[in-house]
Ligand binder design. Sequence first.
Ligand code: ADP
Ligand code: MG
Length: 485
Amino acid sequence: MTERNVWQAVLGEIELSVSRGNFMTWFKNTTLVEDSSKDGKVIVGVPNVFIKQQLERKYNDLIVDTLRKNGIPTEQVEYQMQSRIHKKAPGSEIPSTSLLDIPRPTEESTKNHSPAASASLINDVQSPFSIRPNATGGATQSFSHSYRQGINEKYTFDNFVVGSGNELAFAACQSIAVSPGTRYNPLFLYGGVGIGKTHLMQAVGNAILATNPNARVFYVTIEQLVQEFVDALRFKKIADFVAHYRTSDVLMVDDVQFIAGKEKFQEEFFHTFNALHQANKQIIISSDRPPKEIPTLQERLQSRFAWGMTIDMQIPDFETRCAIIQTKAQTHGMDLTPEVVELLATSVQTNIRELEGALNQLLAFADMRGVAPDIELARSLLGGAKNRPKHLSAKQIIERTARHYQVPVEDIMGPKRDKDIVVPRQVAMYMLRSELHLSFPKIARELGRKDHTTAIHSVEKIQKESEIDTELRSAIADIRGRLYA
Ligand code: ADP
Ligand code: MG
């Protein structure tokens, strides 16, 4: 077994015991330095001094314990900075270790979701099946795979901030939590990474379990599910596997895009899906893209996935991002000034997970230095980041919108009333409002109009339509993405 596998097993366990934000911030880009376990000392490679200090101060015991559990008896861990000039994007040469970020097709790597499984990795125990109570807490099955319920209590509706980009998904999930299996079935949530898909699914699970603790609610990533399926095939336990999932009341399958290419599994999943759906059991699926864009997804599954309600989620707007930061800071017992909150919300525009990471770094840094997380500190930490706050101008927004729709800026500013000019003009107004928070009279002026009621009307119209019109929504996301790229 290589160092890398050991470390992945260790990280797999750590990921289960710390919050997602903490995992992403402190552990994600760490490595086990080659051949370091020789004389009782282990060297863990870290990307920067900041993470080094945090691991030393806060997580050393956890790391030592988990290493021991994984067959590396060590007294001492040294955290060494790996001199990398710049941070690599996930998926490039630093091995990305989040269970949720990368497909982990090999048997070894997927097993390390549970401590028992990681132990078996080390000892090279063959069977992943163990005699132990079923994790649902229900009746003990005599000889069963350790299926887990997979619900994490920390993701709730209460600590989910609702705003543009996620409100539809939030409403659908709440409605499902109240009466599962009745209205939106299946619910298919899709959108980029780190925008709250997993959080919402988990919140549904928690809400249902709160009112009905015996409900058979399962949350599983598609990779875990595929792995369990492969194991079940291998150990001739398919009947158990099938029985387990077909008796769910609520089945939530996360990151279903990784189903691509898994033909045999798709076959089985199709039947499970049908059985559950027919029995009015709730199914929730998430993916980073809509069903029809998942390569090699069998057509019949594609159409099943789209049977109920399909909702795309987007990165929330500036105000919602501010609210998220405030909420998260308060859970750490911190009150940030509006200035700091706004700086964070402008610096991170793509992904709530990164936003949390930036906040965590700020808070930890302030804590370590014994100073307040004020605007100076925030600036000094975020100032060097590539995605430094952009000071957008109205002109840039109008030009970007015009370019997206391939119409001349002069036409947008001019008197033409053709539909292919009116829509871009309204979108530009909407963007001026959502990105720069301009007043309506100011918006009207920027677009060369005198009457500000047109601006009010346009902003409202785009706002409303974007809730139901996916094309419009992705146009807005595209323009926004390019503005901040
Ligand atoms: P995804 O599954 O879409 O990749 P997650 O659900 O894992 O994203 O969200 C990433 C992180 O951001 C999580 O820690 C989650 O709690 C947080 N998060 C995302 N959206 C919100 C929100 N609207 N309010 C509060 N926290 C959020
Ligand atoms: Mg997720």
